[in-house]
Design a protein around this ligand. Structure first.
Ligand code: 48F
Length: 258
């Protein structure tokens, strides 16, 4: 067999094995931004089979852009334990603030999630949910290759079954938005985030993180989009704390506490 054929066969074989292993998981995390990656590590640490689906071919969501492309980000002192869990270095910058490097934050959040056992697959867009009624609950997601969506071709999706879906898609709360529009019986509608009020946003986004309806959870800026909370700009502590909190809530609900 020629090398080209061997390469092709190995890639198809091993990627297909992964997909077959991940058609049914404990948790689907949609979005590999700061909230999704943090949630994935702590879920995986507790033994949840966790699949992260990321539309782009990169990690980190809004981390890479730093603050207006300046490659540094700010987090609050209270987030130190999470940074330390991931081995992320920080500078004590005074005023209860720590400064981190955006490239390191992206790389190490992703590495931490993967090392804890989360499977991250790039180039996949979640464009719908799967639901059941009596009672209404979310039981999985519909997935499509991102380039197929970008091309505008009509191609039916495939499905991943899961006990919990986490919308960690950021400012547009894409999973919640599609679920609310297509299944009004679920009884919620994302309000859209408000203008900047960093201090309040950092608290509220963590406080409101959690379950939306059975099987569907929210973390990160999608929380602000759902509940009409203010934005906070490039202070990222709330994103990491929200990711950790959604992992805590899911493990309480689904029954794995450490
Ligand atoms: O946007 P993103 O970083 O969301 P986050 O984790 O953090 C927000 C902060 O970056 C920042 C902020 C905090 O101060 O305001 O904006 O809440 O990451 C979301 C990820 O989800 C992917 C998207 O490409 C990004 O990497 N994503 C969005 N929609 C989908 C998706 C989708 N439908 N399917 C798959 N991935």
């Amino acid at each position: 067999m020629e090398l080209e054929e061997k390469i092709t066969r190995k890639i198809i074989e091993y990627a297909s094995r992964d997909w077959l292993e991940y058609t049914n998981v404990d948790v689907v995390v949609v979005g590999a931004g700061p909230a999704g990656l943090t949630a994935s590590k702590y879920l995986s640490d507790r033994g949840f089979k966790t699949l992260v689906l990321e539309r782009r071919l990169s990690f980190g969501g809004g981390i890479g852009g730093g603050g207006m492309l300046f490659h540094r980000l700010v987090v609050e002192e209270r987030v130190k334990p999470i940074l330390e869990d991931f081995g992320i270095r920080y500078v004590e910058a005074g005023g209860d603030l720590l400064v981190v490097d955006s490239a390191e934050l992206m790389a190490k959040l992703a590495a931490g999630a993967i090392d804890s056992g989360a499977r991250i697959i790039h180039g996949i867009t979640v464009d719908d949910v799967v639901y059941r009624d009596n009672p209404h609950r979310i039981t999985g997601v519909a997935i499509q290759w991102t380039p197929v969506i970008m091309s505008g071709l009509h191609v039916d999706p495939l499905f991943i079954y899961s006990r919990a879906v986490v919308d960690a898609t950021g400012h547009d709360a894409e999973v919640l938005t599609v679920a609310a529009r297509k299944i009004p019986e679920l009884g919620f509608m994302p309000e859209g985030e408000k203008s900047a009020y960093a201090e309040s946003a950092e608290e509220l986004v963590v406080e409101r993180t959690g379950k939306v309806v059975d099987g569907l959870y929210v973390a990160g800026m999608a929380v602000a989009a759902l509940y009409g909370l203010p934005r906070m700009g490039p202070v990222f502590g709330g994103m990491l704390l929200s990711g950790k909190r959604v992992a805590d809530v899911i493990s309480e609900e689904l029954g794995m506490n450490d």
